[in-house]
Design a protein around this ligand. Structure first.
Ligand SMILES: Cc1ncc(COP(=O)(O)O)c(C=O)c1O
Length: 424
């Protein structure tokens, strides 16, 4: 292979596109088809009743709870719905603040605002996850929950975060949307916080296109979560003795559960495959200055779907991205390298109705503004972070092509781009 970079007119490492990055969706097969057809054959796609219900959502809830090692699970329509249900189960509402990491999907922030609460952004640690030290600094008497997002298949450093929560009596909500199957100190994520959530949307570790789940060990939180996903109506069949309250419909369909029950069974195979490929990709740059694999709180627990890299500078990262794209092995740039609070709706606190602003609520006694400078570590780190997203349909050759592309590009980095500070 010619050493001349494709950006300089050389031959690219790869001429065919890499596969898409839909881990769960790419393991959909005959098992999922059969399971969905069974629901249809029974003409009972609703979870609570029908001509011949199989109660597949119940079965999925039990399967996920027992996998995670937690008492209760509630299937819902999406990860965002799961966050809304979990926050409402915790009693989050007007006047409250919820701490959210600076690096995450804006659905996390939407869920807080849907509860009429105010999002407060915590800075990151070197693993690109929420920093316990930053959380502790921004806790106020109004803080009602801390949302810990397990970023890109790998657990956040839970121990210090749980300690901060315990010290201040503030519940921890693990958002495992991106990290089903990740472990922390030998246990699956989703089993540590007070109430935790998963997403089964299209690019998640396991998927039915859409779907979500709320899990908890606390029976009272579980009862409230059950009511919150079903029009504020407690279910006597689940032992609920709450008075009804207002709510919406976030109920999971039997069709979704049928797909997911099959997906759960394939988790270990998927995890082993992507971890193997990720190892090849990560290893390829281990000897180059200016780049390192994303540091993880628990590398052995990585679900493996998104091997990440941290470059010494934003300029180097931008140059490498351009060069890899030309080589036919483009690397992803999560959230365009900016913290979630730079999303315009958040920056401008723009609601769907002017009368609903949680920041202007009579009962909100804080003052939260968003913009550059809010989380300096995130602003400095995020433009230096890149990743690949792997799936079951990726082959060892795909990983080898990426490794070859990374090596070729890193060997050719202009010296002035390496003169900057080392990765740290
Ligand atoms: C961290 C995180 N939380 C929540 C969500 C929302 O999940 P959903 O798309 O299923 O609503 C996502 C989805 O991308 C996510 O990445």
């Amino acid at each position: 292979m010619s050493g001349q970079l494709a950006i300089d007119g050389g031959r690219p490492v790869r001429s065919t596109p890499l596969p898409g990055a839909y881990p769960g969706a790419t393991i959909i097969g005959e098992d999922e088809k059969r399971a969905v057809c069974e629901v249809l054959d029974r003409r009972s796609p609703f979870r609570y009743y029908g001509p011949d219900p199989a109660y597949t959502v119940n079965e999925l809830e039990q399967a996920v709870a027992s996998l995670i090692g937690i008492e209760h699970a509630v299937g819902v329509t999406s990860g965002t719905a799961a966050l809304i249900v979990a926050l409402r189960a915790l009693g989050v509402g007007p006047g409250d603040e919820v701490i959210v990491p600076a690096a995450t999907f804006y659905g996390c922030v939407n869920a807080v605002v849907a509860c009429q609460a105010v999002p407060i952004f915590a800075d990151l640690d070197e693993t690109v996850s929420i920093s316990a030290e930053s959380v502790e600094r921004i806790i106020t008497p109004r803080t009602r929950a801390v949302m810990v997002v397990h970023w890109r298949g790998a657990a956040a450093d839970l121990q210090p975060l749980l300690a901060v929560g315990a010290r201040h009596g503030i519940p921890i909500l693990e958002d495992c949307a991106q990290s089903f199957g990740a472990k922390y100190h030998g246990r699956l994520v989703g089993g540590f916080g007070d109430i935790n959530i998963f997403s089964f949307q299209m690019n998640k570790v396991i998927s039915a296109g859409e779907g979500g789940m709320v899990v908890t060990n606390d029976p009272a939180l579980h009862q409230r979560a059950v009511a919150c996903q079903d029009q504020g109506t407690p279910r006597k069949s689940e032992g609920a003795d709450l008075p009804p309250f207002f709510g919406e419909n976030y109920r999971m369909s039997e069709l979704t559960a049928a797909v997911l029950l099959e997906q759960v069974k394939k988790l270990d195979r998927l995890r082993a495959h992507v971890r193997h490929l990720g190892g090849i990709i990560r290893e390829s740059v281990s000897d180059f200055p200016g780049v390192c694999a994303r540091p993880l709180a628990d590398p052995a627990g990585d679900a493996g779907v998104s091997p990440g890299f941290v470059f010494a500078t934003a300029e180097l990262c931008a140059w490498v991205r351009k060069a890899l794209a030309a080589e036919g092995v483009p690397i992803k740039f999560p959230y365009s390298g900016v913290p979630v609070y730079m999303h315009v709706a958040i920056l401008h606190k723009r609601m769907w109705h002017d009368g609903l602003s949680p920041w202007d609520s009579r009962v909100y006694t804080g003052a939260a503004d968003y913009g550059p400078g809010l989380c300096p570590r995130a602003e400095e780190l995020m433009p230096r972070v890149c990743e690949y997203h792997l799936s079951m349909d990726w082959t060892e050759q795909d990983a080898q092509d990426i490794a070859a592309g990374l090596r070729k590009v890193m060997q050719a980095v202009p010296s002035e781009l390496l003169a900057a500070a080392p990765v740290g």
